[in-house]
Design a protein around this ligand. Structure first.
Ligand code: ADP
Ligand code: MG
Length: 795
């Protein structure tokens, strides 16, 4: 900012400044025009105010007045944090539209990236166009008009370059009438096709942009400037927002870049940038919108230019930095250092009903290692369905119990909690451990009693649903929390759960945070594990218990159902059991229920009238549910007709058939979970996916994937690809980092690099990274995280 003294300013200018001050306050001006010292700014304004009477015109935008007075003379005023309405041409109304898109600051505007680029440096001549190609054409409007066919009105536009002409058509586009003036230059982008009748080339419904500034009547300079952004270069194309067109963004972003402060802070330490060959933040912002001449067009379209890579890394790096910091902070907390001596080892060995697999041994070692440490464990145990997580959880429980602590085991459904309770009793009660079940459906008296046992420390292993969190359960001495099928809890619940597990222990007696082990059967693609669960340490059960034969999966149209029922009957007469599952239909539990009940009547009353068929759905009351489940477990029911309540966790090794009706309606993760209910014993198992009616293309891809592979990780990767990270867990959940630029599938490698570099930065300072750089990075990270996710509380 040049000193105002000695510089003559018109009364007009000064009045604008003063007015601006009134409306926006000192703070904003200070920020806006880059006064280094607030005092000098304040003096300046005070002097102004006393010198000039203030007159505020009614509707003038103070900001744009201010900008037009001062912008040209004060270069580089915008900071990334400057509110977006300080960009020239953005008034309060436009700012409101932008805010709807999450664009509040200059930085956010600059991160609104083009979704594609047009090569208007070498636009195609009409005469060189080939049918089938996507092309950008710059041409002159010749004629246009609407003609009506019997089916719909069609708008036709003819453009030309010299003698060549090209026809463009829009269906039902009466709104285009009167839009085009002959002689006007226009850019078109679309797929070139050959009209089957006339054999002439045409583009159907191209994207269009009028070139030149039609509103700048006659002002040659402005017109030239506008044109220079539109043609003769690679041009960024933005998604329009309301009435803000791609073209509008192009100009606004160009203006913002022009006025961006020259000393843009560089939050990524120099050494990190050097390792990865990253360009500066400023260059990245310029080039991503306005590529350098000669930039590869393919690299631009696939977001692989140095500018893109820098911005993507930026995004990933600060997420990883936050997660890394969180891991560190956790390790600074007081936990319980459990002892793992011979006595405890013997106790574990005593309960094991089978030889653990090598993978089970390995993950137990990792868990036990954490539990012995003086800080709290936060570990995610990830293992495909049927890989044997339960027993690992029990082993961890014994370590805690043998050290005199209580353990809470939480399951997402009552059915699963009950099942865990029964197997815990089967496996652990002989060894003398005291186990209780606490679910929402217990009678009040019983509940009270159980709670008392927990509070007095009599109960050593407490198994329950999230009622464990919500009811006022006080533990005498909680040392370990195990969360089964944790993906079902959702991210926010997980955070709450971890917090609660800390609160649950009365502070006076145990200042230590309990250990937390979360188990999930939804294999999480590594990229997601690194972000969503990046604050957890990861153990993977990558081996199934011995003696399993792979499940055979078949996809069959439901008009073939007699064959399916015949097959099912054969399996049952061989002594096995079967599930028949009905889907959630359009999230409508009511109709799902009806369908399942109808199916049950048909199967139990007609088709399998001679067999024992049970029905299980969410609306049954808890005792009935339990009864049905137990009967199925004991083999007293041969066929279980169910809704998706059996999706997770249920373990009946004798069941060998899973029939899923309307399989095309299920998500991949769900199909895989359901299939995971079979193939748990030694006998060959079969999953039959029945489809009814028309299957969408994506539905078919899901079914194909199921038939092709049993590998949960492959399925999860595909699922992530089909649904995108936000939807991966069924519904959008707060707390999943949402990336603007990065793409977890495409950018997996950069993510790994970001994680590595973040760890190195947090471990610093060293010769490469200075303490100052680290604190700068942390401050930046904190600002980003604070309004995105509440996952990190940085001291
Ligand atoms: P999930 O990982 O899906 O929770 P479970 O813990 O329910 O899997 O285990 C699946 C089945 O495999 C259960 O019947 C369990 O008893 C059995 N199982 C687990 N580990 C072993 C092992 N090492 N050897 C044999 N059977 C095992
Ligand atoms: Mg399980």
């Amino acid at each position: 900012m040049p000193s105002y003294r000695g510089q003559r300013r018109s009364q007009n200018e000064i009045h604008h400044v003063a007015q601006y001050d009134r409306q926006q306050g000192l703070e904003k001006i200070h920020e806006h025009c880059g006064f280094r010292h607030r005092e000098s700014l304040a003096c300046f304004l005070l002097e102004l105010k006393s010198a000039w009477p203030i007159y505020i015109p009614k509707r003038a935008s103070a900001l744009s007045c201010y900008d037009s007075c001062y912008c040209p003379r004060i270069p580089g005023m915008l900071e990334l944090s400057t509110p977006v309405q300080y960009v020239k041409g953005v008034g309060p109304r436009v700012a409101a539209i932008l805010a709807g898109k999450g664009i509040h600051t200059v930085g956010e505007l600059l991160h609104y990236l083009p979704f594609r680029y047009e090569d208007r440096l070498n636009p195609r001549g009409i005469s060189e166009l080939r049918p089938g190609e996507m092309a950008t054409v710059i041409a002159e409007v010749r004629s246009s008009g609407l003609f009506r066919t019997r089916r719909m009105p069609i708008f036709q536009l003819t453009v030309g370059q010299g003698r060549s002409r090209l026809r463009c058509l829009w269906f039902n586009a009466t709104y285009l009438q009167d839009k085009f003036i002959p002689g006007q230059m226009i850019a078109l982008y679309g797929k070139v096709e050959e009209d089957p009748r006339s054999r002439e080339l045409q583009i159907i419904q191209p994207q269009i942009e009028m070139l030149g500034d039609a509103s700048a009547d006659g002002n040659g300079v402005e017109k030239k400037a506008a044109e220079s952004l539109e043609i003769g270069r690679i041009v960024p194309i933005y998604e329009a927002v309301g009435r803000l067109t791609s073209r509008w963004f192009r100009h606004a972003i160009h203006t913002a870049l022009d006025n961006l402060t020259p000393d843009l802070p560089e939050p990524i330490p120099a050494a990190v940038r050097a390792h990865l060959g990253l360009i500066s933040a400023r260059a990245a912002l310029w080039n991503v919108h306005w590529p350098e001449p000669g930039e590869s067009f393919d690299a631009l379209q696939s977001s692989r230019t140095p500018a893109h890579l820098r911005l993507i890394f930026d995004e990933l790096f600060f997420v990883e930095l936050g997660l890394e910091l969180k891991r560190r902070q956790l390790k600074a907390q007081t936990g319980i250092a459990f002892r793992l001596d011979e006595r405890v080892r013997t106790a574990i060995k005593k309960i094991l009903p089978f030889h653990p697999t090598a993978a089970q041994k390995k993950v137990l070692q990792e868990i036990a290692g954490d539990m012995q440490k003086p800080y709290p464990m936060r570990r995610l145990l990830q293992g495909d369905v049927g890989s044997g997580k339960t027993i690992v959880g029990f082993e961890a429980a014994i370590i805690a119990i043998e050290n005199g602590s209580q353990v809470a085991l939480m399951a997402p459904t009552e059915i699963l909690a009950q099942q865990h309770y029964f197997s815990a009793r089967r496996i652990l009660e002989n060894a003398g451990y005291r186990i209780v079940l606490l679910t929402g459906s217990l009678e009040a008296d019983r509940k009270r009693e159980v709670r008392r046992h927990i509070a007095q420390g009599n109960a050593q292993l407490v198994i329950g649903t999230h009622a464990l969190l919500e009811e006022k359960v006080e533990f005498a001495n909680l040392g370990l929390v195990i969360v089964d099928e944790q993906h079902r809890f959702g991210v926010m619940q997980r955070l709450k759960l971890m917090k609660k597990s800390g609160e649950a222990a009365p502070v006076e007696r145990t200042p230590a945070e309990p250990d937390v082990l979360v188990m999930t059967a939804t294999p999480i693609p590594r990229t997601l594990a690194l972000t969503l669960y990046g604050d957890l340490d990861l153990s993977v059960l990558n081996e199934l218990p011995p003696g399993r034969t792979p499940i055979a999966t078949h996809c069959i149209a439901d008009d073939q159902s007699p064959k399916v029922w015949e097959f099912l009957r054969k399996q049952v007469s061989a002594g096995h059991q079967a599930y028949v599952v009905y889907p959630v239909i359009a999230e409508n539990e009511e109709s799902e229920l009806k369908a399942a009940i109808k199916m049950y009547r048909e199967l139990s009353g007609k088709i399998f009238a001679d067999l024992k068929v049970g029905l299980l759905h969410g609306r049954l009351d808890a005792t009935l549910k339990e009864q049905v489940m137990r009967m199925f477990q004991r083999g007293e029911l041969q066929i279980l007709v169910a809704t998706t309540v059996i999706e997770v966790g249920v373990d009946v090794p004798n069941a060998t058939v899973m029939v899923i009706e309307h399989a095309e309606r299920f998500g991949l993760a769900q199909l895989h979970q359901l299939r995971g209910r079979i193939g748990r014993g030694g006998a060959k198992s079969y999953c039959i996916l029945m489809t009814g009616g028309k299957v969408s293309e994506e539905g078919q891809r899901r079914l194909d994937a199921m038939v092709k592979t049993n590998d949960g990780f492959q399925i999860a990767e595909l699922d992530l690809e089909l649904r995108g990270p936000g939807e991966f867990f069924g519904t959008r959940q707060a707390g999943i980092p949402s990336f603007r630029i990065a793409n977890l599938i495409r950018d997996a490698q950069l993510l790994e690099a970001a994680k590595r570099e973040a760890a190195a930065v947090i471990a610093g300072p060293d010769q490469e990274i200075s303490a100052e750089e680290i604190s700068r990075a942390l401050v930046h990270m904190r600002a980003r995280w604070q309004h995105t996710y509440g996952l990190v509380e940085v001291a």
